[in-house]
Design a protein around this ligand. Structure first.
Ligand code: ADP
Length: 403
């Protein structure tokens, strides 16, 4: 071993238009580098920084050819064409991947073999917009470095503790048996938050908690004793609350009407529901909450009003499923950074005993912070999520246990 650098875990989160990566070093999994390649399919933009804050100056693909997808981005990274020093393959002990769908078979992170990859490909029809992109870098690495362990960590796995009544749609039972059921997503984020809450607030962790993951994707999860019992996202990541560009729950009759009366194709409806709705569609302005908060246009106001209203309704529904509420946790981009949204949501939950400390909410500082007043019947937390770290931890464990 001697002068060898400590071994590292590479975490990859591959989507349709971006490949996010992070590198963790040594047994303590100290994060050393984090970055992303955005704009896949067009002109890629690469950004990265070391954990001490120094920015890396990446280069555009040297040959000037656009990167088509996450697979090509992975290839370019490995070949050093982006000027990023992250992948010294001989120093990597493993690669952990965020994989959106584990279906009914995968309840835990696991090592990806050719056989497992085939099974994960079989789940593409359940998540056609995410799963193929998640798997593209897996194949590239399997081809190039077959002995390098790769671990899949699933967004659905954390929710497999839900009872059947929470998972099943009121369709004929055979549909459930063939896998048309509620899976829930953002599981790595919920797992991270649940683990973080345990030492911070053991009573809340042991009791009934709702976690609000408010990012570009938005969902809520009801936890009992740290385990998922219900969630707002269901069969796909389209269900539940309105999001940056997605509708959230919508009367299924609207879909039938769009197809029958307006003659829209499946692809057009998919585009409408996933990419042109939510905050963007309501505001006509932006899917970015920062832009909406800075605007006084009627569209921006409406989008924020609907966003808060629908969150509050879903929180009421999950509180009913839990039979009460001990803690409410805000996380992800909007949940961690938007005092206005936290304040507006909590203001509508007084009937549940929720009372937020306005001053602390405005100036919460960094890291986890308790935001409830002393008289609040419900504890209110702001806890930053860290899905990448959760993936790194799982990957390290799976590899060390030789699974
Ligand atoms: P993703 O789901 O892609 O990981 P994030 O968790 O980063 O997304 O959340 C992105 C959302 O967080 C965007 O709507 C962004 O506007 C919002 N956001 C980030 N910072 C702030 C802020 N200071 N105030 C309000 N919203 C914010």
């Amino acid at each position: 071993m001697g002068s060898r650098a400590p071994e590292s875990v590479l975490v990859l989160n591959a989507g349709s238009s971006s490949l996010k990566f992070a590198v963790y070093r040594g047994a303590a999994l100290e994060q050393t580098l984090k970055g992303q390649i955005e704009g896949l399919g067009g002109q890629p933009h690469v950004s990265a920084q070391w954990s001490d804050g120094r920015r890396l100056e990446p280069i555009a693909p040297a040959d000037g050819v656009p990167l088509k997808d996450a697979g090509e981005a992975m290839q370019a990274l490995l070949e050093g064409r982006l000027g990023l020093p992250l992948v010294q393959l001989d120093q990597l002990v493993a690669v952990g991947h965020r994989v959106v769908h584990g279906g009914t078979a995968f309840h835990q992170p696991l090592r990806i073999t050719h056989g497992v990859l085939g099974q994960l490909r079989g789940l593409i029809p359940l998540a056609p917009l995410h799963q193929p992109h998640n798997l593209a870098p897996v194949q590239v690495l399997l081809d190039r470095q077959p002995s390098l362990p790769q671990v899949a960590c699933f967004d659905t796995a954390f929710h497999r503790t839900q009872p059947m009544r929470a998972e099943i749609f009121a369709l004929p039972r055979s549909y459930y048996d063939e896998g048309i059921r509620r899976y829930g997503f953002h599981g790595l984020s919920y797992e991270h938050v649940a683990r973080a809450l345990e030492p911070l607030d053991p009573c809340a962790h042991a009791g009934r908690t709702i976690v609000a993951h408010l990012g570009n994707g938005v969902s809520l999860c009801a936890l009992q004793g740290g385990r998922s019992v219900a969630s707002t996202m269901g069969f796909t990541a389209l269900d539940g609350c309105p999001m940056g560009t997605r509708t959230g729950s919508i009367d299924p009759g609207v879909i039938l009407h769009l197809a029958r009366a307006k003659g829209m194709s499946i692809d057009q409806i998919e585009d409408l529901l996933y990419r042109r709705s939510g905050l963007l569609g309501l505001s006509g302005l932006s899917n970015d909450m920062r832009v909406l908060e800075a605007s006084d246009s009627p569209g921006a106001r409406l989008a924020i009003e609907v966003f808060v209203y629908r969150l509050v309704r879903e929180i009421g529904s999950l509180a009913a499923a839990l039979g009460g509420l001990d803690a409410l946790v805000f996380t992800a981009g909007i949940g961690e950074h938007s005092a206005r949204i936290r304040q507006a949501v909590c203001a509508c939950l007084g009937w549940l005993g929720v009372a937020i400390d306005a001053e602390r909410n405005e100036h919460p500082g960094a890291g986890p912070v308790m935001l409830a007043t002393v008289s609040s019947a419900v504890r209110i937390w702001r806890i930053p999520t860290d899905e990448e770290r959760r993936i790194a931890l799982h990957t390290q464990r799976v590899v060390s246990e030789g699974q």
